[in-house]
Design a protein around this ligand. Sequence first.
Ligand code: AMO
Length: 430
Amino acid sequence: MSRVLCGELEKHVGAPVTVKGWVHRIRSLGQVRFIIVRDRSGLAQAVLSGELARSPHLSCETAVSVTGNVVEAPNVPGGCEIQATGVVVESAPVSSIPFEVNLPEITAGLEKILEHRVVSLRHPKSRAVFKVQAEAIEGFRRFLRANDFIEVHTPKIVASGTEGGAELFSVDYFGKPAYLAQSPQFYKQMLVGAGFERVFEVAPAYRAEEHNTSRHLNEFISLDLEMGFIDGLEDLLSLEERLFQYMFAHIRETCGKELAMFGAELPQVTTIPRLKLSEIETILRREYGKALPNGNLDPEGERLICQYVEKEAGTPFVFATHYPVTSRPVYAMPDPESPDLTLSFDLLFKGLEMNSGGMRINDYHQLVGNMGRFGLDPDSFAGYLEVFKYGMPRHGGFAIGAERLTARILELGNIREASLFPRDRERLTP
Ligand code: AMO
């Protein structure tokens, strides 16, 4: 008999079915045993009586296959249950588990939850996080494809860093020094200039961050895009507005159940307020007596400016633009009107930076000159620089951290909860 999903049982009232899944809960009532089976779609109750009720190998989290007739049962969630005629244990029986996964919440601490990830993911709420993440990424892909972007895959073993700083993991590449890519930055730009014009990539990025915080991972999924022949920063900001409108609409449409589990409401994305960093500085000083550290937003600044914008404009989003040259990477385009600033931006959502982006330098000589100012040797970047000699258009792009986005949508306390197998300072397994 072909398998029926637990979540679709009600379509089979009056018919014989087989469900397969894990034993979620067992309850005995006199001579009768009730088992709740959990599969990827949800839960279904099966009633075992007679010989079946005495089946010795049934325990929570054992994989089973239950056959029987579906009958109406008004008091059971879903309105029906299976009168079992056969139960097959499909795995070795489970004698104990590190923590319960059949309560509304897992009661273990985050360390234990991550240490036993395959068990914690059995909890429907833990898995719901990754449904939302998958649909956010699907929305990202669909929107960009519909806007004539092509998906690309660039190397993750690379010869140099792209984002400045020392946050590089070294790799021994057949005796030559190499690194894990901090971002696809240089390659996405090269591909714009190579003729694709519009590219995007969904791939891991690696940062040897010293930070052990609730917002940093050492490996994260970067949702990158890059676009040629743009006129200015505004093109990128309005592209991102439309992208978020699409992504949030897609998540709303596909993840109603999952959002409800977290009590999460997705905001409508309208016009996102745009504030220069200098304006943010003024607002924070005036409203909260808060001074920003050296031309950048610190976590408290991100939180406060979002709080302010929420109050004034009723949206959890804000673009922070025009960061100083000193706080952006070598490729960032200086603002022709104020050369100490860059045509760059971050998107903040609910108090946290979601993405960075901006216009890039597209003039070969300007870029080589900037490398000098950043103490970089242009000869080491010959592979990147080549495209700038052969007709590189004005271009720009941005990158969204998938785990940060998921964590903020669902208001998770720690970014690790939005990573299947997080990599942090302490964690290399599972
Ligand atoms: P940036 O370094 O700001 O920009 O990274 C872009 C976005 O990626 C996410 N992110 C992280 N998420 C989790 N853990 C980390 N350690 C981490 N580091 C970054 C954040 C961040 O906003 N090349 C540029 C992008 C561009 O200009 O196109 C870049 O990588 O959400």
